[in-house]
Design a binder for this molecule. Structure first.
Ligand SMILES: [Zn+2]
Length: 214
């Protein structure tokens, strides 16, 4: 079974190799040594029952950071180990979008990143700077940047079918994508807010992407 899952995880990547569209982001990669791969192996075996260093993107998950600036969030994600988790894999996302819409890519977007319980093996994560104290304060520029980025990703990876906010993690189980092997491993989330997800749905649903009720 493990072997089969690993095959599914990596083999579909070949379909994207010929893609050439203008990238709506700047690369600013986080630290990636063989140690991060080891931590990813440990995490994905424990939580997904397979090794999954590369993903076949089937969903895009949208977040807000609830802290910091573009630079400070990037610095936090830069470390391979989570400071308060005794050397386990740090959280990260493939993209961060600043309040003015500036978008950074933190790693090749099919690399594994820990940003949402249950879906990291198949989801690209976009963090948006904002949401301090749970306020729905993401900007119009961030909405436009997310629309642009998701359109780009959808064109590059036709395997992407779903777009959901972190707070929609339960509704998204209807996709059948959810996997979590550790019982009761769960965190309640509110990001990136209903207003932002409504805005994305309005502008992206006609592209054939599946959304959940905000
Ligand atoms: Zn989140």
């Amino acid at each position: 079974m493990k072997k089969i899952l690993l095959t599914i995880c990596t083999v579909l990547l070949m379909s994207s190799s010929a893609f050439a569209a203008e990238e709506p982001f700047t690369d600013k990669f986080i630290l990636w040594t063989p140690h991060r791969d080891e931590l990813i192996d440990e995490y994905t075996i424990k939580h997904y029952g397979m090794i999954c260093r590369e993903i076949t993107p089937q969903a895009v998950v949208v977040h807000w950071t609830a802290f910091g600036t573009l630079e400070s969030v990037w610095k936090y994600f830069y470390a391979e180990e989570m400071p308060d988790d005794e050397g386990r894999l740090n959280v990260a996302s493939q993209f961060i979008v600043d309040r003015d819409g500036t978008t950074w890519r933190l790693m090749p977007e099919t690399n594994f990143a820990r940003h949402i319980i249950g879906y990291n093996h198949c989801a690209i994560g976009i963090e948006n700077v904002g949401g301090y104290d749970g306020r729905e304060d993401l900007t119009e520029a961030q909405l436009a940047a997310n629309v642009r980025l998701i359109k780009y990703l959808h064109a590059k990876y036709p395997t992407i079918k779903y777009v959901f906010g972190h707070y929609q993690q339960d509704a998204a189980r209807a996709s059948g994508l959810f996997i979590e092997h550790v019982p009761d491993y769960y965190a309640i989330k509110t990001d990136p807010g209903k207003i932002f997800m409504s805005g994305l749905r309005e502008q992206l649903e006609e592209d054939g992407l599946i959304f959940y009720d905000p």
